[in-house]
Design a protein around this ligand. Sequence first.
Ligand code: ADP
Ligand code: MG
Length: 531
Amino acid sequence: MLSAATREKFSSLSPAEFFKRNPELVGFSNPARALYQSVRELVENSLDATDIHGILPVIKVSIWREEQDREVYRVTVEDNGIGIPPSVVPNAFAKVLYSSKYIIRQSRGMYGLGVKAVVMYSQMYQDKPVEVFSSPLGSKRIYGFKLKIDISRNEPQIIERFSIENPSGWHGTAVTVHILGDWSRSKQKIYEYIRRTHVITPYSEFVVIDPEGNAIHLQRFTQKIPKPPQEVKPHPYGVDIELIKQMISSLRRELDLRDFLISEFQGIGEVTANHLIEMSGLKANKKASKLTDQEISKLVEVMKKYEGFRPPSPEALSYIGEEIMEIGLRETFKPEFVAASTRKPKAYSGHPFIVEVGIAYGGQIQPVEEPTVLRYANKIPLIYDEKSDVIWKVVEEIDWKRYGVEGFPAPLVVSVHLCSTKVPYKSAGKESIADVEEIEKEIRNGVMEVARELREYLVEKRKEEESKRKAIVYMKYIPEVSRSLAIFKAGSKERADHAYPIILNLLKQVVARKLNIKDLQLMEEVKVESV
Ligand code: ADP
Ligand code: MG
């Protein structure tokens, strides 16, 4: 008789099949979430194709209901980005784990999964292929594709391809997919996603057309765009045995160990290379390709131990900057106070990161029971799973009374942006950031820094209000006192009429100076109110 173990059937899954079976891992757990996630993945790719290449983004999103009896939506996202070379379009859209972003440079995408998850979900519930139109920068033609994913082989299936002339010089990409969705349950999240994206990228322009026929235009608020990130080499603190093996196997020419260390890593010069070689007991002139697993393991061990490396280079990062962050908050929320801080670059486990924090208070912000927290990672707004995010945890722990906020409800918005070449997301759906000690600390310091600016503003504002109250009291007496002084000086009531306005004015100035009221118009208003 066969044992239970022998009767078991074993087989392997293609990566596409794996994600098709586990759509919730990439954010497709139900039709509402799927529609939201589809818009999000397409918009993220569009932004990656524009701002990190120095192009001011113009992104058009349209969502149409295609069928009457079930909720299948036609989602199109068009951008003015760098486009995609036609030779890679099929793999980029229909081969899971294929990406141009497996390099060390800050981008929104990082898994080579996003748009393929959209296409897989799309083809699970309806039969239309994904349509891609793209014209790479400088191309004289526009290339069109209709694609599906051959899920069991994880290969693109090209249904149709063609190209047409591009007389207008358009560059960019337009992608259309059909998604089984739930508009009424995802509408609010989709709009929130786009609006919050616009807050952190106020240099972008969005047009959204929704299934109810609404057309929304979010205009560009500034021409300033963050400095594009540069691709960098791995930092020794961020490598492991497998990564080094991979680096060695993709070397274009034979290098000895010393040259390999110096030319393929950040932060290793000749002196450091010699230290590492000495510490590991390896030979400097041994060919990198001949290193054994054991030797590579030794190398990684000393790299983790060595303390003399420069921190990972922030060149790979593209932060928003205080000015753009403030513009986004000011133009969107119309607050009375706004401040932002871009913190200095830091690192965790060999990955550089920068935390930026903005705060907006008062004005047209509606008072709410808890501060509104805008969470961002690499310029992506995080909408779901708020309470499990390290950003939420930090903001919640802040004692706002200490920063002059007298109590809630309060009109307070806090925006936190983490940029890194490796954001420690809790899942591939990219909705919340894990608690990494170094990151948590930076977020806390950043929030406290802008909160202190808020406190200064509020203290100043309250002082001014207090002065105004006092001025009102004084002003009640100023006319009477001025008149008495005028009579005293002029000697008679009749002649006092000339001296009165001069003395009144003088007294007002004295009071204003005393109460530190800069705005003399205020004193005029006070007079009208009180005399
Ligand atoms: P990721 O964004 O993580 O790399 P995706 O599956 O979302 O993975 O995209 C795969 C690749 O397709 C991207 O790395 C990019 O090179 C290319 N791509 C997708 N959409 C666009 C677009 N709108 N413009 C330019 N390139 C794009
Ligand atoms: Mg992507």
